[in-house]
Ligand binder design. Structure first.
Ligand code: PHE
Length: 367
């Protein structure tokens, strides 16, 4: 059979120059449709003597396969191009401001979370995470709270049975604080350590200022020469930035936590009137966080040598910070998912908290 090579070249050139899927299909029909050039050749095979028929049939099949392959490849290429064109055409500019009428709001807890991360992030802290369902070692034992410690009593802690063991000591807990992340961080990182760990925490408690699920943020700093003076300076800088009051009054009261020694609680100055709380003025005090120097036993439980390393830790309630900063009276309303509440207390999305762009401004839009 004559000229098959020429025919193949001709069709492959047409395939390669088909500029869209429709043109490509026209090329396919012209070659392999009912009256296509290859189809016609196939038809003409019938009139040939047997020997020639076999040889020509083989050649024609090769031609057909080559053309089909070329069409398939060109099709994939054109489809990808079309998709890319569509993606470019339909892209959206995520930096455009949100339309004021949109319904969604950022929850105050998320807002405080962002603010806290922005402040400590600028001081060079990283964000660390741990699981909500913890083992008792990380939640208690490693934090210098042995099995008979009062904080482990049933009324505070939600226990979760361990399917692999009947021994109560092996049961899990939903973490009662974010402090287990201290241990998990020490297990995985060599000092210098500078982390904050925001997250959910759980205790069996329910009234206007307590919910069974709440949020905390933990802080941990460990190095060879970290001191209580660093703790004081760091937390002072934090509250000044967080409450946006440069000369905010603070005091540290001695306190007790099993996992820090010495331990303290930090209060900020305020004025408490009947229904009003004014932060940054007045002679009253408001407790806002617990802190202290990491107990040597806790360093050891985290795998660090207490003779070589020392550091400080702190923990505070995010929900409580939100109540204080944004004047929200009842904690239980935080988790009722009431859209009217969220519309009132929530924040406009895309209005990011940053130390340079403003921590809690609301983009000039109504809340
Ligand atoms: N984990 C403590 C609490 O939940 C807070 C805390 C953290 C205190 C770190 C000291 C150091 O009350």
């Amino acid at each position: 059979m004559e000229n098959l090579q020429d025919l193949q070249n001709e069709i492959l050139t047409a395939v390669a120059s088909a500029s869209d899927l429709k043109k490509l299909d026209e090329v396919r029909v012209a070659a392999m449709g009912k009256k296509g050039s290859i189809t016609e050749k196939m038809k003409s095979l019938g009139s040939l003597p047997l020997e020639e028929k076999i040889a020509a049939g083989k050649e024609l099949n090769l031609l057909k396969t080559a053309v089909e392959k070329a069409i398939e490849e060109r099709k994939t290429y054109l489809e990808t191009e079309e998709l890319n064109r569509r993606l470019a055409r339909e892209s959206i500019d995520v930096t455009l401001p949100a339309r004021p009428e949109i319904q969604g709001r950022i929850h105050p807890v998320s807002k405080i979370y962002e603010e806290v991360v922005a402040i400590f992030g600028q001081m060079g802290f990283e964000v660390a995470e741990g699981p909500d369902i913890e083992d008792q070692f990380h939640n208690f034992n490693a934090l210098n709270m042995p099995a008979d410690h009062p904080a482990r009593q049933m009324q505070d802690t939600f226990y979760i049975p361990n399917p692999d063991s009947d021994n109560f000591d092996d049961s899990f807990v939903v973490r009662t604080h974010t402090s287990p992340v201290q241990i998990r961080t020490m297990e995985n990182k060599k000092p210098p350590i500078r982390v904050i760990a925001p997250g959910r925490t759980y205790r069996s408690d329910y009234d206007a200022t307590h919910t069974p699920m709440f949020h905390q943020v933990e802080g941990l700093v460990i190095d060879k020469t970290t001191t209580m003076a660093h703790l004081k300076g760091c937390l002072y800088d934090f509250v000044r930035a967080f409450f946006e009051i440069d000369d905010i009054k603070v005091r540290y009261r001695p306190s007790y936590f099993p996992f820090t020694e010495p331990s303290a609680e930090m209060d900020i100055g305020c004025r408490k009137n009947k229904d009003e709380l004014k932060i940054g003025e007045g002679d009253d005090w408001l407790e806002i966080l617990g802190c202290g120097m990491v107990h040597p036993k806790v360093l050891a439980a985290g795998g660090l040598d207490p003779d070589e390393y020392q550091g400080f830790a702190f923990g505070m309630g995010i929900d409580r910070l939100a109540m204080l900063k944004y004047g929200i009276p009842d904690l239980r309303t935080f988790f009722e998912s009431d859209l009217r509440w969220l519309k009132h207390y929530g924040f406009v999305p895309l209005d990011e908290s940053s130390m340079t762009g403003g921590l809690s401004n609301n983009g000039g839009l109504a809340r």
